[in-house]
Design a protein around this ligand. Sequence first.
Ligand code: SF4
Ligand code: FES
Length: 243
Amino acid sequence: MPEQQTFKLDSKTIPFRDGDTIMDAALRAGEYIPHLCHNPEFTPHGSCRVCVVSANGRHVSACTQQAMNDMEVDNRSDAIMDKRRNLLQMLFVEGNHVCPGCEKSGACQLQAVAYYTNMLSPHYTHFFPKRSVDASHADIAIDFNRCILCELCVRASRDVDRKNIFSISGRGIKARLVINSDTGKLGDSDLTATDKAVHVCPVGAILPKHRGYDKPIGERLYDRQPVSQVGDVAAHDEDDNHG
Ligand code: SF4
Ligand code: FES
């Protein structure tokens, strides 16, 4: 029998299989590495960089870096946490994330990961970008102010729903999520409330209508337990997935 391959995540020995990323192996072993654009159901995307770790002294994204035998991975040092906080602060100022007024507050992965990394202020000056809300669909609304461009809806719509309703237009600071319909409006697309793409958003950008604020603040998913223990919001049922 071939010898089990392992790497060290902080002080813990993590077994892995051929083809595993650091993230795959860590999550399977019950070890949390902060992440936003990663969802084990989809091909890794490597865009948010919140999963940054130091592997043999080099900064890499845990969701895209293949695991290697005897690798030493730092997931918890102050330097790594600092880097993540910095990336999160950028995400907060690039959009308009008004947590106290957002119905996803308490069930939002961006907010939960920010708490996990002890992010206490946005640090940078807010961009306050001019973005819109599209409420043209009968059952689903999208608030572009909260989109972090993780492309999970893009991947879900393309790879699972086979509809290609979402895509990213532009690059860098000009990148934005667009709706592929004749008018660019959600209401003129084929999106339905049961589509996978409607249930993967880690923030409060894509939301079902008719049910906001069902669960009181204080009783929501990440109000009860930290993200390191309960994991991705998209992995939970409807009751926990929304505010
Ligand atoms: Fe990600 Fe949500 Fe934006 Fe789609 S709408 S790219 S799932 S943050
Ligand atoms: Fe790895 Fe986003 S979770 S880059």
